[in-house]
Design a protein around this ligand. Structure first.
Ligand SMILES: Nc1ncnc2c1ncn2[C@@H]1O[C@H](COP(=O)(O)OP(=O)(O)O)[C@@H](O)[C@H]1O
Ligand SMILES: N[C@@H](CCC(=O)OP(=O)(O)O)C(=O)O
Length: 372
């Protein structure tokens, strides 16, 4: 038995190109229908699921009649643009069978490196989940070149896990999981059931892609697990065609390779905020808001702010002080200082009326806040 996926509330499921396109032969609608049915069941169990799907280039190659992966960057980008239409269509129709809506989210590395775009992506994904939609994420291959790419969707899956503080990342691939060596080349390779994410020994075992369809191979999956672990997410690498793989994992069955996150959830993120030696701005809270933050574990609402100092933008880390000016917390602001000055002291229901828009009801969401 294994409870990591069973206990997970928010899951990121990544499916690789070779699985999605049946080794490049075209979109595998039967396999996709099975994952959609399983994801629908996970949602009924109260889990939130985000799907990261590869396969745009492989499907585009098939549609455009390339029998080998083109070497020219613009041909690859053209393939991705054509293939992504196929992915969007098939996911939309497969999930519709279960009365679930899908949303296409195409991201680039630049989107996640920029704090404001990062926060926008995060808010949009949370909103989609709250609305009961299954987001389908891929890299926006049409606009990125090699130097600025995530490069592979294992990495993208891990970054999405960090972005939305997923509890677990499930990487579905064409092998049962991690072996001590590439099983395609070494039939004596032993299966690894469990290990600690980030253990350097795993990187020695993992090789590159076994087929011409997949990109990253096992190494990028191991590195993705290490990356996801920094925000506390555990990773499972499993065979995507295993019968009922997702629902069985959710029922607590041990399938595939489990890479456990050694750090507690949010530690890395809290660490990142704590590590800010200087912040661009400060907000002074009334004593009620101090109580909400420090004793009740709540978010900071604009209504509890009495003074805003400094100049900061949406997404900057700011310091919260008590009425005597003593720092009590640090966190990421959802509003720029000019906006915060206008909404401080007001209930969140008035934000839209004052600013003409509302980003979030909180000035600092609890997930983006660390007590000092
Ligand atoms: N130690 C290993 N254990 C399992 N698979 C490995 C290992 N090293 C390399 N591989 C290769 O990694 C491949 C999976 O990666 P990849 O082809 O990129 O798949 P995906 O499209 O699912 O991302 C496997 O087919 C396998 O040949
Ligand atoms: N964005 C690319 C994904 C490339 C990729 O990482 O593929 P894979 O190693 O199969 O997950 C596509 O959709 O073709």
């Amino acid at each position: 038995m294994n409870s990591v996926i069973q206990n997970a509330k928010r899951l990121i499921v990544k499916v690789g190109s070779s699985l999605v396109t049946n080794d490049g032969k075209g979109l595998d609608s039967a396999a996709i229908a099975k994952w959609a049915a399983q994801i629908a069941q996970l949602r009924q169990l109260g889990k939130e699921v985000v799907l990261v799907s590869s396969g745009a280039i492989a499907e585009g190659m098939q549609r455009l009649g390339f029998d080998r992966r083109p070497t020219g960057v613009h041909e690859l980008q053209a393939c991705a643009a054509v293939g992504q239409m196929g992915l969007a269509q098939i996911y939309e129709s497969s999930f519709r069978e279960h009365r679930l809506r899908t949303a296409q989210v195409l991201l680039t590395h630049a989107d996640l490196a920029d704090r404001e775009r990062y926060l926008n992506a995060r808010s949009t994904l949370f909103t989609l989940l709250r609305l009961g939609v299954v987001p389908i994420i891929n890299e926006n291959d049409t606009v990125v070149t090699d130097e600025i790419k995530f490069g592979d969707n294992d990495t993208l899956g891990a970054l999405v896990a960090n972005l939305i503080e997923g509890d677990a990342l499930i990487i579905l691939t064409d092998q049962n999981g991690l072996y001590t060596a590439d099983p395609r080349k070494n039939p004596a390779a032993q299966f690894v059931h469990q290990a600690e994410a980030g253990d350097p020994a795993l990187e020695e075992m993992a090789g590159g892609a076994g087929s011409s369809i997949g990109r990253g191979g096992m190494l990028t999956k191991i590195l993705a697990a290490k990356r996801a672990a920094s925000s506390g997410a555990h990773t499972v690498i499993a065979w995507g065609r295993e019968d009922q793989v997702l629902t069985r994992l959710a029922a607590g069955e041990a399938i595939g390779t489990q890479l456990n996150a050694p750090t507690a959830r949010l530690t890395a993120r809290q660490q990142w905020m704590r590590d800010h030696l200087h912040t661009a701005g400060k907000v002074m809270l009334d004593s009620g808001a101090v109580q909400k933050l420090t004793a009740d574990g709540k978010s900071l609402l604009p209504v509890g702010v009495v003074k805003v100092s400094g100049k900061f933008g949406r997404g900057d880390v700011i310091t919260c002080t008590d009425p005597d000016g003593r720092p009590v917390a640090r966190g990421i602001s959802n509003y720029a200082s000019s906006e915060a000055r206008r909404i401080m002291g007001h209930p969140s229901a008035e934000i839209a009326g004052i600013l003409g828009f509302e980003e979030e009801p909180e000035l600092i969401h609890r997930d983006n806040l660390v007590l000092l």
